[in-house]
Ligand binder design. Structure first.
Ligand SMILES: *Cc1c(COP(=O)(O)O)cnc(C)c1O
Length: 393
């Protein structure tokens, strides 16, 4: 029996690696300096630590350290990328292209921009969750300033064809932003190979601390024009003012370095566990469908729907397995609205609500997977026996 409850919600957040916490600790106490203090060793030590963290973070994505702008997380990075790029472009009626399955941290800033006069196109993905580069191309106009497409989807884990989209945007001089919060540290990400101009990511999704993230901002070919959304002391080359979160940056750097060295082995192990989970569920149940492409997908993600069960009873019954459901998993407010992602790939509301998202991670064990699979399969079987009518409808 594994230690309960079993955590299978690594897309929501990851625990910080104890090795990360250990290197952060002194930066709260004896090395507490402000990285902007130029005239004494307290400041110098803080600045050196922040710059070392910046190098580690940059290396994980193949960037130059000067291309890393630290923020409070991927939400802020997305806001800076979208609002900052449009503000710098200064067009009267700029156009933005994004995808209907993006995270709220992209869709909501886009809606804010639309309120302020921008035109926003939300491209629909195919039924496997992937957006075709052709459909992005068709959405472009002479006024398009920016295209924003996430690298890995936070619900269904599909990996979008960013490099192909970049070829299209580059040829037309349009900026490409990618929300890579779910991908960085979990699959290889190289900004050069992807051809992106802006890329958002966050430490708490890669075993680092909460409250620290980064925006990659391309410096050359082309240099990306970006206006700040937070003004103050001119930190981060004027892009994001505010005293640097030195402990956070140190932790982000350490977490990035661990991911860089352990990623390949780790994702192979986790991918095997994910496949074991899927095999166990489909072995015991019929009426199980995988949402999103299984081939172009994060190795640690599984999102499945169970025909003939009610979403609410599914969640209530899973008291000792922490997962997310196809209902209410994208907002902070409790609601049973089916997920906009599952809707966008064509799932009927009933099936979307009867979906579970499993996110595996660094500390997931075989024993936990077997426990979770058994728990879910027994529950689904029991719920179907209780309400055979729902099933037939
Ligand atoms: C978690 C997540 C975010 C938000 O990141 P924060 O650091 O919590 O602000 C944004 N986009 C995606 C795809 C995410 O998974």
């Amino acid at each position: 029996m594994p230690k309960l409850p079993v955590y299978l919600d690594y897309h929501a957040t990851t625990p910080a690696d104890p090795r990360v916490v250990e290197v952060m600790a002194p930066y709260f106490t004896e090395r507490f300096g402000n990285a902007a203090s130029r005239h004494h060793p307290f400041g110098w030590a803080a600045r050196d630590a922040a710059e070392a963290g910046r190098r580690q973070v940059a290396e994980l994505i193949g960037a130059d350290p000067r291309e890393i702008c630290f923020t409070s997380g991927a939400t802020e990075s997305n806001n800076l990328a979208l609002k900052g790029a449009l503000s710098a472009a200064g067009a009267a009626r700029p156009h933005v292209v994004t995808v209907a399955t993006e995270h709220r941290a992209v869709l909501d800033p886009c809606r804010r921009l639309a309120d302020a006069g921008a035109r926003v196109t939300e491209v629909a993905p195919d039924s496997d969750g992937l957006v075709s580069p052709k459909s992005i191309e068709r959405a472009l106009t002479d006024d398009t300033v920016l295209v924003s497409v996430m690298l890995a989807n936070n619900e269904i884990g599909v990996l979008q064809p960013i490099a192909e989209i970049a070829e299209i945007t580059r040829a037309r001089g349009i900026l490409l932003h990618s929300d890579a919060a779910q991908a960085v540290g979990r699959v290889p990400v190289d900004v050069g190979a992807l051809g992106v101009d802006l890329l958002s990511f966050t430490a708490h999704k890669l075993y680092g601390p909460k409250g620290i993230g980064a925006l990659y901002v391309r410096r050359r070919r082309p240099r990306v024009p970006l206006a700040p959304i937070i003004d103050g002391g001119g930190h981060e080359r004027g892009l994001r003012s505010g005293t640097l979160n030195v402990p956070g940056i140190v932790g982000f750097g350490a977490a990035a370095e661990i991911c860089r060295t352990e990623l390949a082995a780790e994702e192979e192990r986790i991918g095997r566990l994910r496949d074991r989970l899927l095999a166990a569920l489909t072995g015991r149940l019929d009426g199980v469908t995988v949402n999103g492409s299984l081939e172009r997908r994060l190795p640690h993600n599984l999102n499945v729907s169970f025909a003939g069960v009610e979403g609410e009873s599914l969640l209530v019954g899973l008291d000792d397995v922490a997962v997310s459901s196809g209902a209410a998993c994208t907002t902070a407010s409790p609601s049973l609205e089916p997920s906009h992602v599952l809707r966008a790939i064509g799932l009927p509301d009933e099936l979307a609500r009867a979906s579970l998202r499993f996110g595996l991670g660094r500390w997931t064990t075989e024993e936990e997977i077997d426990y979770a699979a058994d728990k879910v399969a027994s529950l689904v079987t029991r719920l179907r026996e209780l309400s055979p009518v729902t099933r037939a409808s």
